[in-house]
Design a protein around this ligand. Structure first.
Ligand code: NDP
Length: 286
């Protein structure tokens, strides 16, 4: 069997088009566009590209995107004061602080300072708690994107056995919660898991969020499984690759995401959706 390739680029475009349509409706109903403010501290090359892409994607769908670039020497207190101003600014609906932050700034204290109603990354403990208690509001963008890919690919989740490899707060844990909410039977695996290949082979839905190039070989994949590859790595050949050894795995899976062109494009599209969700909730409260 050769798997169906889940085209993240095309599905992300569909999501962005839906967002653009909704933005038009919101502007005419409320007289202003949703605002997304992205904060970047320092000059990390990948982060510069990511934040520019986020600002550009926002503007393309009619969201007021704004990038705040702060020097690498910015202190934690200075960054917290920028966040306070954005929290108080009524034209700002979504605040995203690009990670990683320079070593001298405590990531958690910065993320905790963002108004949970503007936390479009969904990393604030308040939003993590809402997800855990089955009342999701702003959910981390990458797992939301993975769920949309599974839905678009027609993968049945109710009653399915799902294995999520990786337990970060950004991907693995929220991914597992979303699958559980969709009635999958979920196992979370990590670096201490025994017999990872055997566990993965039981999965109807396998999510790889590890950060190790091509670690998930074809022997980890149950025939006919749906495989979502979140990993972004540089392979030995210097090319971008996922956590899944794509070529052999796609001969066993029924559906699979490529890297690049799978989960990656969905993350920004879902960030824009979150910005709209934040806007709508804030307008309801106003
Ligand atoms: P983290 O490093 O925070 O977490 C990695 C997880 O993988 C940990 O839970 C770790 O286990 C687990 N792990 C590491 N090695 C092994 C192993 N040998 N066997 C089993 N589990 C292992 O990474 P993130 O969750 O932030 O990201 C994961 C990947 O996804 C990265 O490649 C990242 O670049 C990519 N990513 C892609 C995004 C996109 O838009 N496509 C967005 C976000 C991330 P333990 O907890 O025990 O250490």
């Amino acid at each position: 069997m050769t798997a169906r390739i889940i085209d993240g680029k095309a599905i992300a475009k569909k999501v962005r088009d839906e967002v653009a349509e909704r933005v038009r409706g919101l502007v005419s109903a409320h007289g202003r566009a949703p605002g997304l403010d992205v904060v970047l501290v320092g000059e990390d090359a990948a982060s510069v590209v990511y934040t520019r892409n986020k600002e550009k994607a926002a503007i393309e769908v009619g969201v007021r995107g704004r990038l705040h670039r702060l020097p690498a020497e910015t202190t934690e207190a200075e960054l917290l004061s920028v966040i306070r101003k954005l929290n108080e600014d009524p034209t700002v609906d979504g605040i995203l602080v690009q990670l990683p932050l320079p070593k001298h700034i405590r990531e958690q204290s910065v993320l905790d300072a963002i108004d949970p109603d503007k936390d479009v990354d969904g990393f604030h403990p308040h939003n993590a708690g809402l997800l855990l208690s089955g009342r999701p509001h702003l959910v981390p963008c990458t797992p939301v994107g993975c769920m949309r890919l599974l839905r678009e690919a027609g993968v049945e989740l109710s009653g399915a056995r799902a294995v999520v490899v990786g337990r970060s707060n950004i991907v693995g844990k929220p991914m597992a919660q979303l699958l559980l909410a969709a009635n999958a039977t979920v196992t979370i695996a990590h670096s201490k898991t025994r017999d990872l290949p055997g566990l993965c082979r039981e999965a109807d839905v396998l999510i790889a969020a590890i950060g190790r190039a091509k670690m998930i070989g074809a022997d980890f994949v149950k025939p006919g499984a749906a495989v979502i590859d979140v990993g972004i790595n540089r392979g030995e050949d210097g090319k971008l690759c996922g956590d899944v050894d794509y070529e052999p795995a796609k001969e066993k899976a029924s559906a699979i995401t490529p890297v690049p062109g799978g989960v990656g494009p969905m993350t920004i599209a879902c960030l824009l959706e979150n910005t709209l969700r934040a806007f709508e909730k804030r307008e309801q409260k106003a």
